[in-house]
Design a protein. Sequence first.
Length: 226
Amino acid sequence: MSKLNTVDVPKSGGGVPKTLQPGNQVCQIYSVELKPSTFKEGGYDLLLNMVGPDLGDEFQGFFIDKNNESLGRHKGQVGRVKATEWLFADGETKGGIKISRNTEILKWLNSFCEAIGKKEWLIAQNDKHETIESLVNAFAADKPFKGLKLELCIAGKEYLSKGYVNFDLFLPKFTKAGAPYALEGGKVAIFSEATHLIKKKVESVANFNPNEDSSSAMDLGSDFEL
């Protein structure tokens, strides 16, 4: 009878989710898109498609393009993260203050470009665009964020899909506790479940599937490029 080898023990797989999870993360943004709201006409979600650090050869991420497996797999966790919890949409506060969708998107872009040291990109866009869609498309095409590693506090809202719990990911607001994002090495808010995780109110949750091909995280397209 052969003796047990306690040195070359195979590592167990499947323990690391393929999708980004709520928490403090270091990621790169590789594409950006405006997604029209299905709930409010004219509203948009600004989606940041992100990838986490290379997790090594043992990690098997999602295919970059499930319709073209020759492109290979993501080397880290991936996810779609909304720029804010709420839609960008025209509206009015309870106090009667008017809210402009375009102004709010501009304010977000301004804060983000300042945080990543790319304010000159936004300044260079002055008087070049007639619509907010055109400006965001230029942001997505020029990729001033390309190759930058960001410290992030990623918040999440639980939802059920096919009987499993997944997360609708978003960046929290700036607060005294810290910013939602900064260049790597910068200071961001410390993730707190009480503050940054919205639990789904159900009697019991039987399953959690962090590797499901969910709408929040997957089918991120074939333009994966860092």
